[in-house]
Design a protein. Structure first.
Length: 42
């Protein structure tokens, strides 16, 4: 549940202030794309 609550704040966060989080999201998106999962912005 804590992961869900924490993830709720990401859309309201300036990722430029958290380059490590931004890099992690980029890696996850690349891995998803490599596995055939399209990335969509909501």
């Amino acid at each position: 549940m804590e992961e869900y609550t924490s993830s709720s704040f990401l859309p309201h966060t300036d990722l430029d202030l958290f380059p490590g989080v931004s890099a992690m999201l980029d890696r996850c998106r690349l891995r998803a794309h490599t596995n055939g999962i399209p990335h969509t912005e909501t």
